[in-house]
Write a protein that binds this ligand. Structure first.
Ligand code: HEC
Ligand code: HEC
Length: 153
């Protein structure tokens, strides 16, 4: 009986898997430190391997910032990102340079959000996941943990 209940719960929670994206257990410290210093250390599953490759190949010109790291660190982070990258076909094109927030899947997940929420100065950029996903740093993108600035006050 217990088994049955567990199986039923699992079935119910499966479609929500996309909202739990904690950093994998083998996340190198360099990824948290380097790639989490200016913005969220984005979950690797949100871009495809070839997009991570492209991004990691041009860190000196990274969205107007210099995010360059030494060669060894670059390799360590690249390998980690590619190991845990998402499926290219499910994520869809992410633009060039690739952005999670420009991927087809991201747009689909966010298409109902009114323009004024994005324009809010507390959000500033779609890349600023934590502005709305209060627990993004611990990997939760669940609708229970959403706190859109404009709706908060
Ligand atoms: C010196 C600061 C800095 C560092 C270090 C840095 N980034 Fe960024 N990153 C930025 C800026 C600025 C943007 C653009 C943010 C925006 O558009 O609001 C950005 C954007 C991104 C985006 C696209 C976000 C979106 O729109 O979906 C990804 C992916 C990304 N960075 C990954 C990384 C990775 C991986 C590393 C580590 C190798 C890294 N970043 C290190 C400053 C940095
Ligand atoms: C302006 C606020 C806002 C920003 C910024 C934002 N999101 Fe969201 N996000 C939402 C809302 C609201 C939903 C729920 C949409 C719905 O259910 O229609 C959502 C849904 C999601 C989902 C789907 C969750 C599920 O239940 O399957 C993921 C994954 C996600 N966001 C990731 C991100 C990432 C990664 C970033 C940053 C690159 C980001 N979001 C930036 C508001 C935001």
């Amino acid at each position: 009986m217990k088994r049955l209940i567990a199986a039923a719960l699992l079935a119910v929670s499966l479609p929500a898997l996309a909202d739990r994206l904690p950093l994998p257990g083998d996340t190198p410290a360099s990824f948290r430190n380097e790639c989490g210093s200016c913005h969220l250390a984005y979950p690797p599953a949100l871009l495809a391997a070839n997009d991570w490759q492209q991004l990691m190949g041009q860190l000196a010109q990274h969205f107007g910032s210099d995010a360059a790291v030494d060669r060894k660190t670059q390799q360590e982070i690249s390998q980690f990102l590619e190991r845990h990258a998402g499926s290219a076909s499910r994520i869809g094109s992410a633009g060039a340079p690739p952005r999670i927030s420009q991927s087809r899947r991201f747009k689909r997940q966010h298409h109902e959000i009114p323009a004024r929420f994005w324009r809010d100065p507390r959000v500033k950029s779609a890349a600023n996941c934590e502005a709305c996903h209060a627990k993004a740093a611990s990997g939760s993108f669940s609708e229970h943990d959403i706190a859109i600035p404009e709706l908060r006050e």
